[in-house]
Design a protein. Structure first.
Length: 106
């Protein structure tokens, strides 16, 4: 079993002892000053477009499920062959199912 008794004697090299209250600034108890007005929105010419911006998709909800290895292989193969993301394959499949449902009911 590990001997932890030596750990108690180690000094921590953190921030040290805090200053006395007499050394604190006099305005600490007062309300903070009014914040400066927000800076104007950057001009669209100032925005840099990087790889993350180009890949931004608006998809923010995580969707996880368990599938068979065969389903996974098929979806990934379609995505690779068509140059799509896996989520795009699933979105297209859902769109096709909804179109089929509308066609059958209408």
């Amino acid at each position: 079993m590990a001997d932890a008794t030596k750990l108690k004697n180690l000094q921590r090299s953190g921030l040290g002892v805090p200053p006395a209250m007499a050394e604190a600034r006099a305005d600490l108890g007062e309300e903070s000053p009014t914040p400066a007005s927000p800076s104007p929105a950057p001009d669209s010419r100032d925005l840099r477009i990087d790889g993350r911006t180009l890949r931004r998709s608006g998809r923010t909800v995580q969707f996880a499920t368990r599938v068979s290895p065969e389903f996974d292989r098929r979806v990934r193969e379609i995505a690779k062959d068509q140059g799509l993301l896996i989520v795009e394959v699933l979105e297209r499949a859902l769109d096709a199912l909804e179109r089929e449902k509308e066609r059958d009911s209408g």
